[in-house]
Design a protein around this ligand. Structure first.
Ligand SMILES: Cc1cc2nc3c(=O)[nH]c(=O)nc-3n(C[C@H](O)[C@H](O)[C@H](O)COP(=O)(O)O)c2cc1C
Length: 288
């Protein structure tokens, strides 16, 4: 095994096994350097499994086989190194880098509630900006009646969210959307969700969502951009949250949402995701 290969190849070790063994023994910590613990291992404890795998893979160590492996690069002196990233210029069709999903309730002309999934939103204090395409019923409703509820679904609700995905409360359906969307005035029923009266605003909350934020629409900012124009334009709806309802099970110390018990549904490049169960760490200002 030439060290130069180690420098340029990224390797994850899947397994190393004796040629006589039919059943492969998967290596648990395959992407780390560790030492072989197979019976009668020909390798000394100081010998990394990576070296062993390379040699077995290349037939240097007789009697042993290895599956192709990838780990972080190793330099000639055996230390691990990160790959240097290579870049290309591309024109991504979408820039949806994994943001939470909200179901936005807004008030229709007949005082029923429209419910629309969005993922373009963020909060600073209790002020939120919601990114809305102009050709949505939600944007129309905001222009006419300046109240809403921002409901946050749980990951397990993704299929209900997806039931809302091809629907619009706009009739007739705008030309740009006509091929993929259809008009649906009763969104709650269509998605199997339950409307729940709000306390301050007129649009209904969504009972199944563990977080429901009643809000007032304080401004509608016209958004610019050629790519956005191709989608019919958009607005940044500035809303101020006026009441927050949280499922009791997820409340921590009265004024926090426990991030170890609840996390939002994530929209990542048009796929639904959930966050991993364990956090990576916390910021210096975390109080829980
Ligand atoms: C997960 C998901 C996220 C979405 N995010 C947005 C968004 O941020 N802004 C937006 O205008 N539309 C978004 N959409 C598309 C709207 O839900 C869609 O245009 C819908 O027809 C709007 O409903 P309405 O016309 O009744 O308001 C999203 C759709 C899905 C499924």
């Amino acid at each position: 095994m030439e060290e130069t290969n180690c420098e340029t190849t990224t390797i994850i070790l899947y397994s190393i096994y004796a040629k006589s063994q039919r059943k492969k023994r998967p290596s648990a910590a395959a992407n780390l350097l560790f030492y072989i613990d197979l019976p009668k291992s020909p390798y000394s404890p100081k010998y990394s499994i990576l070296d062993a795998a390379f040699e077995a893979d290349m037939g240097i160590q007789d009697g042993w086989n290895a599956e192709v492996c990838r780990v972080k690069n190793r330099s000639k002196n055996g230390k691990q190194q990160q790959n240097e990233m290579q870049f290309r210029t591309i024109e991504p069709k979408i820039l949806y880098f994994g943001t939470p999903v909200a179901l936005v309730s807004s008030l229709n002309e007949d005082e029923t509630t429209d419910l629309a999934p969005i993922s373009s939103f963020w909060a600073l204090g209790w002020t939120m900006i919601l990114g809305l395409l102009t050709e949505t019923k939600t944007a129309d409703n905001f222009a006419r009646h300046r109240e809403c509820v921002v409901n946050l679904p749980s990951p397990e609700m993704w299929q209900k969210v997806e039931k809302l995905a091809p629907l619009t409360g706009k009739n007739p359906v705008p030309d740009l959307k006509a091929k993929q969307f259809h008009y649906e005035p009763r969104k709650f029923e269509a998605a199997g969700l339950t409307p729940l009266a709000s306390e301050i605003v007129k649009p209904m909350r969504t009972k199944e969502c563990p977080v429901q934020m009643e809000a007032r629409v304080t401004a509608l900012h016209q958004l610019a951009g050629d790519r956005l124009e191709e989608l019919g334009g958009g607005v940044g709806a500035e809303v101020e949250v006026v009441r927050v309802h949280v499922a009791s099970d997820f409340i921590l110390k009265d004024s926090y949402i426990d991030p170890t018990k609840w996390s939002p549904l994530i929209y990542n490049f048009r796929h639904y995701f959930q966050l991993a169960d364990e956090d990576l760490g916390k910021t210096f200002r975390a109080e829980t």
